[in-house]
Each structure stands twice: as structure tokens, then as C-alpha cells.
Design a binder for this molecule. Structure first.
Ligand code: SRM
Ligand code: SF4
Length: 572
């Protein structure tokens, strides 16, 4: 029925569609170009395909001008992203990532906003060894980037451990079953002999088809009251419904996303909308059918309008829901009530089921490295050597040393102490509630600094916070180097989006629980103006706020900014 109404946008397919079509299921000439020693880079078409294998060709932007002057090719290197459903890694896997980062990467690990590891600075000739090392420790990088379903996230919840175990299992099932079926990855990186894709054995992608999706697709599962994964920013979000301590199912939310382009009203961040309820057993079916709707009706002509959020907005939420139920052959249940209290992490030790302990550590900007006076990477390595539980990477770029046996707690606490690792207690709550995307020097799209700059900006904001008596007040603050939104800036109570070197658009007014977008407050301002604004707003908040009122709500009530609940009016 809905089939009659729904159409895909007209227009010639984008260049990426052609590249995918000609790629023989994501192979292209990747195998050959990775062997070529004439350049440290690879051609653009292969780089487009490379993303589906979890990697991007980048160049060190700090060196770009100098190398240009010397007429050298850019300092090419690869970024590699692991697929780690739910962000859970064993201590052995942690040690493998640490070792690979030392051997082949830039000696650091980035814990990403989608609960996984990224390595930077890998040279072309080390890529295969790195991927093989990851594979040998039972992880992979398949579909970590590209026009497919990405790493499935779930709440890192150390509090309700039984529910976490169950929800984590579902995130793994979704992530594994929604993987592309092509053997391209195994052939290119793991030396598997080519069988499929040859004329004798025809390869098929039963769900994706040969063109895969029009754009990336993201799924996250939140366990209320924590909305740490920002469920409303996902293309497809599931909200766990727990009754009498039992997981009964999930509310289904569709059509969220964060990215937009400066000044382009046809692009905007959007919140996913709840459309109904399904049981855990129905979850995979729902995910698969939602993905096929995007496959069939997403915009394959204009990539900046190709995300599912635009498909939903163009076709209408009701029509998409009707089409989903049509494809499912059954109807979603009525959405159940739920309550989120925050989209941040809660730090420190907490006891879960079976007497096991979990400790959330604050990792500023998600960067695991050894600094002059702070041996963070070494400390975590030493913990991994003795830890028998797991590491949980959080969507706020932190790490939880999870499932620590009571008898091990002292040893791990001592290592935390010895290496100065921190639950963030000596920082302001504002710093603990910060996220910054990678940006410079590796991200090719960055217009301004983020990860390397936010800590020093926070040093200065902390003075204002301290003077206002708000050191322990959680205010979420997020910075990205461009409007793509990798740090989910539009869901931070204070957001900064890079515009040009040293210049940011400043956003205010997102909800503390991730249920309302922010709105632009000031355009193209530098540090001095940012601090000038905050020197007024933060003390005002301290004086005028109501009991329990969060900063994002206050700025709206005080008339500093108008509320935005729907991305379609984001630019107004
Ligand atoms: Fe992102 C592109 C880093 C989470 C929206 N993102 C990129 C690239 C690959 C740049 C590029 O295309 O050349 C960045 C690599 C930088 C580098 O040097 O490592 C990059 N994104 C990241 C990470 C590492 C940020 C971080 O500091 O943690 C996150 C990795 C997540 C992961 O493990 O999979 C990351 N990116 C996100 C998120 C947050 C999320 O998914 O929860 C978003 C917003 C949500 C969304 O997708 O709407 C996000 N990244 C984008 C976009 C905009 C997409 C859009 O359609 O609007 C781009 C650009 C693009 O796709 O063209 C992008
Ligand atoms: Fe790069 Fe922009 Fe994403 Fe930051 S938000 S990592 S600058 S693409």
C-alpha cells in the first residue's frame, strides 16, 4: 500500500554510486594498489571503497604546507576503525590494540564516540599486518565506515549488569547479522582465496544489494535512565524497556542524525522519533526492514541529503512507519513509557550483580596516550595485564574497567592510583562532561581544532565555573572541528562547531538527557568572545536557576535561546 506513495528522489546517481557499482562488491583495485610502493597513498576511488573496510586515507595536516613547499606528496597515512559492538573488549584485545598502535600507528589510541578504537598514522605497507593483528584477536574492521550499517552501540551501563549483558548480546547480533556478506575484506586483508564473486560462484548481498546503502547507517540501543549513546541521534535507535528487572523489549525510534553544512538549510541535525515498540526477538527484523527502506528510498543522487533522516522527513514519518509494517507483515506495539536522566557517563567505582565491580575512568577527548607527566596508556596497559573482566568503551569517549572481581579491586585501584588515572574527581564536572572529536591534524574535513583545543578552553571556562560555585555542576560541553557532528555537538548543552582556524559557532540549549537539539547562539567567534559570553551566562545560571534546573533548560527559560525540538527548524 505504502509502496504506491513512496518514491526515491530523481536525479543522476552520485559518483560514489558508480564506484560501488563497478567495485565488484567492494573490491575495486584495493588489493593491487595496497602493494604499490610508488606512493604512500591510494587513488580516490579505492579510498571510497576502503571506508567499507574500516579505514580512510588521511594526511598529516600539520605537515601539509611544509611538504607542499618541498614538492613532496602529502604525508599519507591511514586511520583504522575497529568494529566493536557495544564497545566491549577483553583485556587481551586491549593489549593487542595497544601493541598495534605502538608498532604500526602513532603510538596512541582514540576511544571514539561510537564506543570503539581508532588508530591513526598507519603507513600503507603496515595496513595488512595491522588488520591481521586485529583479526587474530577476534575483532575486525569490516563496515566500521562506509555506506553500510556501522558499529552498533549500546549503553555501557555498569549499574544494571544483567540488563547490560542482554542488551549487549543484542547489539552483537545486530552488528554481526547486518554485516555485508562480500568476502572482499577477507581476500584483500586476510589472504583468503577468492571464491565468491568469480563467474563460477555468484556473490550476492541479500540485504544490501550491489550498491549497498545510499549513505552510512547507525544503530544504538539505550538503557534508561542512561541515554549515554544519544539514542535520538541514531538512524535507528532502540530504547530498552525493563519491567520487573526484566528486558521486555524496545521502543523503536527512527530518523536521527547530527551532521549539516554551515549555511545550508537543506541539511540539519535531526532527532529520531519514537514510532512504536517491539520485542527483543523482533528487533533484528525491524532493523533489517528499516535498512531496506533506506536502501530503496534514500537519496542516491545528492550525498549530503542521503542520510535516513532526510528520507524520513521527505516521505513522512507515518508513511515510513506504514511501509515498515508492510514489510514486516506485523504492526509495532504501542511505545511504552521511559525516562532518561542524562546522556553523560557516571564516574568511579560501582558494584553490579554477583558482587562484581565497575570503574569508569575519565579519558579526556578519548585519547589514550602517554603524556610527559601522565602515563595513561601505560597505566591502562598494566591494568589490562591483570584484569580478568572486560573494558567497556563508552559513547562519551571514556572507559569502564568492568566486571572486576572483589579480590582484584584493590590491585586495580592501586594501578589507577599509581599511574594517576582518574575518575575525574579533581576535575570540574564540566570537564568530565566534555567530548571533542578528532579534528586536526588527521581529519581531512576539520575547519578548526577540537580534541587538541577543548582542554585548554575548558581550563579557562573552569575559572568562571569555580567563581560561580558550579564546580560540581554537570554541564555538557561538546566541540567539533566542523558541522559533521562527530562529537554529537547538537546534543551538548554548550556546543562549539568549527568554522575556521580559531573560530567557532556557539550553540546552546540542548537537553541534558539528549532529547532536545541546541540552537545557534553566536556565529564565528574566537576564544575571547566565547569567554566573554560565558562570563555572563554561567554566573547568571548560578544565580537564577531553579532547583535542579540544567543549564540547557535554563538558557531557554531565561530567553537566551529559543528551543529547537525538530531539526527542520534548526537554522531558523
Ligand atoms: Fe564522524 C566523518 C571521526 C562519530 C558524523 N568522522 C568522519 C571522518 C571519517 C572524516 C572524513 O570523512 O574524512 C572522521 C575521521 C577523523 C579522524 O581523523 O579520525 C570522523 N566520527 C569520527 C570519530 C572518530 C569522532 C571521535 O572523535 O570520536 C567518531 C567515530 C565513531 C565510530 O567509532 O564509528 C565519529 N561521526 C560520528 C558521529 C557520532 C555518532 O555516530 O554517534 C557522527 C554524528 C551522527 C551522525 O552520523 O549523524 C558523525 N562523521 C560524521 C559525518 C556527517 C555525516 C552526515 O551524514 O551528516 C561525517 C562526514 C561524512 O560522512 O561525509 C563524518
Ligand atoms: Fe572531522 Fe568534522 Fe568529524 Fe570533527 S566533526 S572528526 S572535524 S568530520
Amino acid at each position: 500500500m505504502a509502496d504506491k506513495i513512496l518514491t526515491a528522489p530523481d536525479g543522476p546517481p552520485s559518483d560514489v554510486e558508480g564506484i560501488k557499482e563497478r567495485s565488484n562488491y567492494l573490491r575495486g583495485t584495493l588489493k593491487e594498489v595496497m602493494l604499490d610502493r610508488m606512493s604512500a597513498g591510494i587513488p580516490d576511488d579505492d579510498n571510497r571503497l576502503m571506508k567499507h573496510h574500516g579505514s580512510y586515507l588521511q594526511d598529516d595536516r600539520d605537515l601539509r604546507n611544509e611538504r607542499q613547499k618541498q614538492k613532496l606528496e602529502p604525508a599519507y597515512q591511514f586511520m583504522l576503525r575497529v568494529r566493536l559492538p557495544g564497545g566491549v573488549a577483553t583485556p587481551d584485545q586491549w593489549l593487542v590494540m595497544d601493541d598495534l598502535a605502538q608498532k604500526y600507528g602513532n603510538g596512541t589510541l582514540k576511544l571514539t564516540t561510537r564506543e570503539t578504537f581508532q588508530m591513526h598514522g598507519i603507513l600503507k605497507w603496515n595496513m595488512k599486518k595491522t588488520i591481521q593483528g586485529i583479526h587474530a584477536s577476534l575483532m575486525d574492521t569490516i563496515a566500521a565506515c562506509g555506506d553500510v550499517n556501522r558499529n552498533v552501540m549500546c549503553t555501557s551501563n555498569p549499574y544494571q549488569s544483567e540488563v547490560h549483558t542482554e542488551v549487549y548480546e543484542w547489539s552483537k547480533i545486530l552488528s554481526d547479522q547486518l554485516l555485508p556478506r562480500t568476502r572482499a575484506y577477507h581476500e584483500i586483508w586476510l589472504d583468503e582465496e577468492k571464491v565468491a564473486g568469480t563467474p563460477e560462484v555468484e556473490e550476492v548481498e541479500p540485504m544490501y544489494g550491489p550498491l549497498y546503502l545510499p549513505r552510512k547507517f547507525k544503530i544504538g540501543i539505550a538503557v534508561p535512565p542512561s541515554n549515554d549513546i544519544d539514542v535520538f541521534s541514531q538512524d535507528l535507535g532502540f530504547i530498552a524497556i525493563v519491567e520487573d528487572d526484566k528486558l521486555v523489549g524496545f521502543n523503536v525510534a527512527i530518523g536521527g542524525g547530527m551532521g549539516f553544512s554551515h549555511g545550508d538549510k537543506a541539511t540539519y541535525p535531526q532527532l529520531a522519533k519514537v514510532i512504536g515498540f517491539c520485542t527483543p526477538e523482533q528487533m533484528y527484523d525491524v532493523a533489517e526492514k528499516v535498512i531496506t527502506i533506506q536502501r530503496d528510498y534514500g537519496n542516491r543522487s545528492v550525498r549530503k541529503n542521503a542520510r535516513f533522516k532526510y528520507t524520513v522527513d521527505r516521505l513522512g514519518l507515518k508513511n515510513v512507519k506504514a511501509e515498515l509494517e508492510n514489510r514486516l507483515g506485523w504492526s509495532l506495539g504501542e511505545a511504552k513509557s521511559y525516562h532518561f536522566d542524562s546522556n553523560g557517563d557516571r564516574y568511579g567505582w560501582v558494584q553490579g550483580v554477583e558482587g562484581k565491580w565497575h570503574c569508569t575512568l575519565f579519558i579526556e577527548g578519548g585519547r589514550v596516550a602517554d603524556f610527559d607527566d601522565y602515563k595513561l596508556m601505560t597505566g591502562l596497559r598494566e591494568i589490562a595485564k591483570v584484569h580478568t573482566g572486560e573494558f567497556r568503551l563508552t559513547a562519551n569517549q571514556n572507559v569502564i574497567i568492568a566486571n572486576v572481581l572483589s579480590e582484584k579491586k584493590k590491585e586495580i585501584s592501586e594501578l589507577i592510583e599509581q599511574y594517576g588515572l582518574t575518575e575525574g574527581k579533581h576535575h570540574s564536572a564540566l570537564r568530565r562532561s566534555s567530548i571533542a572529536c578528532v579534528a586536526l591534524p588527521t581529519c581531512g574535513l576539520a575547519m578548526a581544532e577540537a580534541e587538541r583545543y577543548l582542554p585548554t578552553l575548558i581550563d579557562k571556562i573552569e575559572t568562571i565555573v569555580d567563581e560561580s560555585g558550579l564546580r560540581d555542576e554537570e554541564i555538557t560541553i561538546r566541540m567539533t572541528g566542523c558541522p559533521n557532528g562527530c562529537a554529537r555537538h547538537a546534543l551538548g548543552e554548550i556546543g562549539f562547531i568549527g568554522k575556521a582556524p580559531g573560530k567557532y559557532n556557539m550553540y546552546l540549549g540542548a537537553a541534558f538527557d539528549g532529547s532536545r537539539l541546541s540552537k545557534m547562539y553566536r556565529e564565528n567567534i574566537g576564544e575571547e568572545e566565547i569567554l566573554k559570553e560565558l562570563r555572563v551566562l554561567i554566573p547568571r545560571y548560578a544565580k537564577e536557576r531553579e532547583e535542579g534546573e540544567h543549564f540547557g533548560d535554563f538558557v531557554i527559560r531565561a530567553g537566551v535561546i529559543k528551543a529547537t525540538t525538530d531539526g527542520t527548524n534548526f537554522h531558523e
